[in-house]
Design a binder for this molecule. Structure first.
Ligand code: MF3
Ligand code: CO
Length: 236
């Protein structure tokens, strides 16, 4: 699973270098496809429940599952890129939100808080902790900083399937759910809105957007629980 996670990290790193005003999200999709093939991996999302692309590219008020298109990025946008692969039978899954050119201070703050909420969650991936210790860590951090947690989408177990039990919500009281054990692997993925937490799905059946039109950020890592520190499998 480390090899799958590393491929995801490497491809995301290449994609980040190609995020600029004037580039289209379909340009990024083509790069992702090629970089994945070079590494003898298979894009995990393409064909999953009929999803037609390797990447999910969600811009500004889009929360998750935005689809690559010919539309070009513009200065001041924020772009969430979500990407997964299957390699040697195992899956890796990760997401980042990146600025396009110069963004507002508020947008930068949203990105920072969302990234840090994932770090807070990862810190709870300790043997003996309960699953919702992870969930509660995200909610506490995010709400303290004045943003809101999306509730309709959750993280997940990951391994020989992209989505395995358990679901990993980004909110809730600590101390509930399964006990974390060495060998378990979770894909933790906070989706955080600048305004209210409500989302809606567009007519394309995939793109989730904030109900109030506010900006949204998304970070994800594939994290293994070990006898020692959490092992972030999708980090370079
Ligand atoms: N990271 C998201 C997830 O784990 C991306 C899934 S997109 C899909 O659910 F197309 F595969 F559904
Ligand atoms: Co995921």
């Amino acid at each position: 699973m480390r090899r799958a996670g590393l491929i995801v990290a490497e491809v995301l790193a290449v994609l980040k270098e190609n995020v600029r005003a004037g580039a289209s999200t379909l340009d990024l999709e083509k790069i992702a496809e090629e970089e994945t093939r070079k590494r003898n991996a298979r894009p995990a999302f393409k064909g999953y429940r009929g999803y037609p692309y390797c990447l999910c590219t969600s811009i500004n008020n889009e929360v998750v599952h935005g689809m690559p298109s010919k539309k070009t990025l513009k200065d001041g946008d924020i772009l969430s890129i979500d990407f997964g692969v299957q390699h040697n039978g195992f899956f890796g899954d990760s997401a980042v939100t990146v600025p396009v050119g110069a963004i507002s201070d508020d947008a930068r703050r949203l990105i920072e808080v969302t990234a840090a909420s994932l770090d807070a969650a990862i810190d709870k991936c300790i043997e003996g902790n309960k699953l919702t210790d992870v969930s509660a860590a995200v909610q506490k951090y995010v709400e303290f900083h004045g943003f809101s947690v999306v509730r309709e989408f959750v993280g997940h177990g990951i391994g020989r399937e992209l989505h395995e039990a358990p679901q990993v919500p980004n909110f809730g009281l600590p101390g509930r759910g399964i006990k974390l054990k060495a060998g378990m692997v979770l894909a933790i993925e906070p989706m955080i809105n600048m305004g209210e937490s409500a989302v809606k799905v567009l007519e394309d059946g995939w793109t989730a957007v904030t109900a109030d039109g506010s900006l949204s950020a998304h970070f994800e890592h594939t994290v293994a629980i070990t006898h020692e520190r959490p092992y972030v499998l999708s980090k370079l």
